[in-house]
Each structure stands twice: as structure tokens, then as C-alpha cells.
Design a protein around this ligand. Structure first.
Ligand code: SAM
Length: 316
């Protein structure tokens, strides 16, 4: 079975969210920045993926690895070999040019450094050497940073992208609703990754801004102008970035009402809030199956609670 080595990285203030996303995608806790899996996940799906190496050969030392590559007589025109540094500090990094050159000589075709048709990677981890096909997160989704319409309180791109994967565990065939979509930060990431996602927004002007943002990037998604309580289609998951309140009783009642309707129209909910609603969510009959907190930036001033819930169907 093919093995992949993923390399992830994150800012400290996003570690908890990254851990949550990895648990959702790989169905187990991921404890190191470089890890192996036989799941093949798109290298640009997670904001925290940096690269994915599809392992072709492994060996206990570099010489044996090069011998294994030579034996395969790879005839590839326009290839490139990169050294993947996954431990910091990496004592081998200083020799990377000699290592990639030696591997390049084991190939039959000619390399291309500027426009490679395929990039191979070599790395070492826990005293083993690995060689394979290397792909990097394209980061093309970062173009959404300059969307025409923005909220100062919009979710960060990383948070929006990660909670999408938490909601649907990387399965793009599932249907998602963002019932309080604001200007569509989550919708943009959803359409970029090929998710089947619909937006809903109570405020007409804001809904128009979300539509405008989608159109700007050529995405065809739908933004319904409605109150969540009037939605009746059923979805695999709902991602709810709750309206920002100030912990007043009336704000909390509105939030709990939105949560109630999110659970009514979806099987799994990812709830995001600036205030801690843990006890109220449980009291509502939802089962919190996972959770995290994330900050918007390193100042750690804007904290968001994230809960992953699965509704008790008999209550809804
Ligand atoms: C925190 S904002 C969402 C921001 C969005 N995630 C973004 O990054 O652009 C919450 C949104 O929920 C909308 N909203 C509030 N109550 C709603 C309801 N009952 N049904 C649908 N949308 C609602 C608000 O108008 C607001 O735009």
C-alpha cells in the first residue's frame, strides 16, 4: 500500500485548531510535524499542509537509497530533486545540494530546475531515508485575502479552511451549509477545495456581498437570503460562525436558537463563537465530539471557541 509522508506547520496560536483538523482528516491524533499515512489527501486542502511525499523508496542510509533509485533506471525528462528539511535544526540541510545532485545522477533523463514536469523529494526522518514524488501546497487559496468585501471580524483564511475539513473530514461529496455566512469567507474556501457548500445570510446587504465575493473568483455557489429558522433542506454538515455577541442574555438566546436550527438541518455541526457556550450546547442535547480554541493572530486578542457536535436526532 502506498505510504505518504505529510509535513505540516503552523503558528503556535493555531496549534489547537491544526490538531483538531488533523484528527478529523486522519481519524487519529497527529503528534509530529512529519507523519505517515496511507490516505492520499490533496496537498492544498489543509492550510497547515506544507508538502506531501509519495514514498517510492526507503533505506537505512543514503547510499542504499541511491542504489535503489539507480536500479529502477528512471527515464524522466525534466525532473527536479528537492531536499525536504523536516527537523529543525537539520544537520543534513547543509549537504542538500550534494545529496540532490547524487540522486539526480541516478536518473537516466535530464533535469529541469526552472520548469520541472515532476519534482522528487528526498528526506530523512528517525534515521531512515526516504525518496518519492514531492508536491507542495500551492497556497493559491491565499488569493481570497483580497476579496472585494470583507468584515473586520471575518474568520481568518486558515480558520475557514480548517473548519471546512473538520466539518466534512475531507470528503468533498458531502453537502455543507454555512447558514450565517456573512460575506462568505468559508464559502470561498469551500468552493476552492471543491466542496458542495451553500451559504445563507439573514442580512440582505451582507448576502449580496457574499454573492459578489463568489462571483469575483468565478465560483458558482448559492447564497440564500433567509433566516436560518426558515431553512428546511437537510445537510451532512453545518458550519456556523455565530454572530458576535457580548455575552448578554438576549445575544446568548439568539445564538442558542441558531444552534438549535443548525442541528435541526444537519447531521454534524462545527460551531464557532467568541464566547464559551460549552455548557449551554450540552444542555441543548448536542454531543460535543471534539473541540479547539484558535486565535486570529499572535496578539492572541481575538479568541474563538470551536465545537464539533453531532445532534441527538430524537431531539430534532
Ligand atoms: C460572525 S458573522 C459571520 C462571518 C462570516 N463567517 C465571515 O467570515 O464573513 C455572523 C453572520 O450571521 C448572520 N446572522 C445572524 N442571525 C442570523 C440568522 N438567524 N440566520 C442567518 N444569518 C444570521 C449575521 O448577519 C452575520 O452576518
Amino acid at each position: 500500500m502506498t505510504q505518504y509522508m505529510y509535513y505540516i506547520n503552523y503558528q503556535d496560536y493555531e496549534k489547537d485548531l491544526c490538531d483538531l483538523e488533523m484528527r478529523a482528516l486522519f481519524n487519529r491524533p497527529i503528534e509530529t510535524k512529519a507523519f505517515f499515512s496511507n490516505l492520499r489527501i490533496d496537498e492544498s486542502l489543509s492550510p497547515y499542509f506544507k508538502s506531501r511525499l509519495e514514498i517510492l523508496h526507503e533505506a537505512n542510509n543514503l547510499e542504499d537509497l541511491i542504489q535503489k533509485i539507480s536500479k529502477k533506471n528512471y527515464l524522466v525528462e525534466g525532473f527536479k530533486v528537492n531536499y525536504l528539511s523536516i527537523i529543525k535544526p537539520d544537520p543534513i540541510n547543509k549537504d542538500r545540494k550534494a545529496i540532490t545532485k547524487a540522486i539526480g545522477y541516478a536518473f537516466e533523463g535530464l533535469p529541469s530546475f526552472d520548469h520541472p514536469v515532476i519534482t522528487y523529494g528526498v528526506t530523512h526522518n528517525d534515521s531512515k531515508w526516504y525518496f518519492g514524488i514531492l508536491v507542495y501546497n500551492t497556497m493559491h487559496w491565499k488569493k481570497h485575502k483580497s476579496k472585494p468585501n470583507s468584515y473586520s471580524s471575518s474568520l481568518s483564511l486558515n480558520t475557514a479552511k480548517a473548519i471546512l475539513n473538520v466539518a466534512n473530514r475531507g470528503d468533498t461529496s458531502k453537502k455543507i451549509i454555512d447558514p450565517c455566512c456573512g460575506v462568505g469567507t468559508v464559502l470561498l474556501e469551500g468552493h476552492f477545495s471543491g466542496y458542495d457548500i451553500t451559504g445563507c445570510e439573514i442580512n440582505y446587504k451582507v448576502a449580496m456581498k457574499a454573492r459578489d465575493n463568489l462571483k469575483h473568483y468565478g465560483y458558482k455557489g448559492q447564497v440564500i437570503h433567509k433566516d436560518i429558522k426558515d431553512l428546511d433542506e437537510y445537510y451532512d454538515a453545518a458550519i456556523v460562525d455565530l454572530p458576535y455577541g457580548n455575552s448578554s442574555e438576549s445575544d446568548e438566546i439568539d445564538m442558542m436558537d441558531i444552534i438549535h436550527h443548525a442541528a435541526r438541518i444537519s447531521k454534524r455541526q462545527v460551531l464557532v463563537s467568541s464566547i464559551d457556550l460549552t455548557e449551554k450546547i450540552s444542555a441543548k442535547g448536542l454531543v460535543i465530539v471534539d473541540r479547539a480554541v484558535v486565535y486570529k493572530n499572535k496578539s492572541k486578542r481575538f479568541m474563538r471557541y470551536i465545537w464539533v457536535c453531532e445532534g441527538k436526532e430524537e431531539n430534532y
